[in-house]
Design a protein around this ligand. Structure first.
Ligand code: SF4
Length: 342
């Protein structure tokens, strides 16, 4: 069975089977514009083409096995089963400004092992294929379209470190941005990284204006070594140099994610150190209260401490935004739905 991923490949397959190549564009139109995931519903195609597709091709590389919705903010989280039975998570995040953002995973498990992350605790299994990455988008889009909604933005912030699965990530982004497929603007796509410098450099050289989000969590190397162990390999100074280079090449702002953990990285000293390393960088800081996970002994910062931290950054002229924990009542932190679903 061939997965429908490349327009050229499908056109070539049709050509070999005596079918006009323009039918490939119609197939892509049905999948990506109409959101259809069943060949039998491709009514504009002749029966012979539908039969050929049914016998030889498939659209999806996984299926939704369960989902949960957070009533407070309407975040919807999906558990997706892959062909080899591994489970991954994806989410749809609603915003007040009518944006609907698909949060997509790029690996089964994660080797980065951030100490506050359920996916990191579960360990790394394998990279997702480009088809498995795109399938998450297609499944969630199909789901959203049932309620007359459509995905407007995509963030690669689910399970896994996207920049450690670079080739498949880029293939998926190429398809998401293709006018024949999802046609989502590059500026509506965000790649989140724990700070994989070679990946940031490659993304800077990719000819698209993708938003970059960096999970920072501390401005001190010793603390960050503990929270995000990959910092031992790519320290903060080298990371900031790579970020500056990214901004100068892409002309995009960078977002820094900062999970606030009580007594660990939420003091005035932490805020001042953060302000120091971000000085002069065109960026925004998202302050996120820690999402409790089983097996990790951290406490969420109190609201007043989060406010104090944010105020300190703003006083230091750093653009900081306090974020709500999206979907926290449905275990919407990375890897948490899988952890509780048995
Ligand atoms: S936070 Fe992201 S990079 Fe860190 S362990 Fe979890 S999935 Fe991996």
């Amino acid at each position: 069975m061939r997965f429908i991923f490349s327009l050229e490949e499908l056109a070539g397959f049709f050509d070999k089977n005596g079918i006009d190549a323009y039918r490939a564009k119609q197939v892509f139109h049905c999948i990506y514009k109409k959101g259809l995931l069943d060949f039998n519903q491709f009514r504009q195609l002749p029966k012979a083409v539908i039969s050929l597709l049914n016998k030889n091709c498939r659209i999806l590389a996984g299926e939704i096995v369960t989902s949960r919705i957070c009533e407070a903010d309407k975040t919807e989280k999906f558990l997706i089963k892959l062909k080899d039975s591994y489970l991954i998570e994806s989410a749809l995040l609603s915003s007040d400004d009518a944006r609907l953002t698909a949060c997509i995973s790029t690996q089964v498990g994660c080797a980065v092992s951030c100490v506050f992350c359920a996916s990191g605790m579960a360990g790394f299994k394998r990279n997702l294929t480009k088809e498995e990455i795109i399938s998450q988008f297609l499944l969630m889009r199909h789901h959203a379209q049932k309620s007359d909604k459509d995905i407007t933005n995509v963030v690669f912030m689910g399970i896994g470190e996207p920049l450690l699965n670079f080739e498949n990530l880029i293939s998926a982004i190429d398809l998401l941005t293709s006018p024949y497929a999802a046609n989502i603007g590059s500026r509506r796509i965000t790649v989140s990284t724990s700070g994989i410098i070679p990946g940031i450099k490659k993304l800077a050289d990719y000819k698209k204006q993708i938003n970059l989000s960096v999970s920072l969590h501390s401005a001190f190397d010793d603390k960050r070594n503990t929270l995000v162990p990959v910092n031992k390999k790519y320290n903060i100074k080298a990371l900031m140099d790579a970020v500056k280079d990214y901004i100068s090449k892409t002309r995009r702002h960078v977002t820094f994610e900062y999970v606030l953990i009580s007594g660990l990285n939420d003091s005035s000293e932490d805020a001042d150190a953060l302000s120091g390393i971000l000085k002069g960088i065109s960026c925004k800081v998202n302050l996120i209260p820690y999402n409790r996970i089983e097996g990790a002994d951290f406490k969420t910062s109190a609201s007043r401490d989060v406010k104090k931290f944010a105020d300190r950054l703003l006083k230091n002229k750093i653009n900081a935004v306090r974020r709500r924990r999206k979907g926290f009542d449905i275990n919407s932190g990375c890897g948490q739905l899988k952890a509780v679903w048995k």
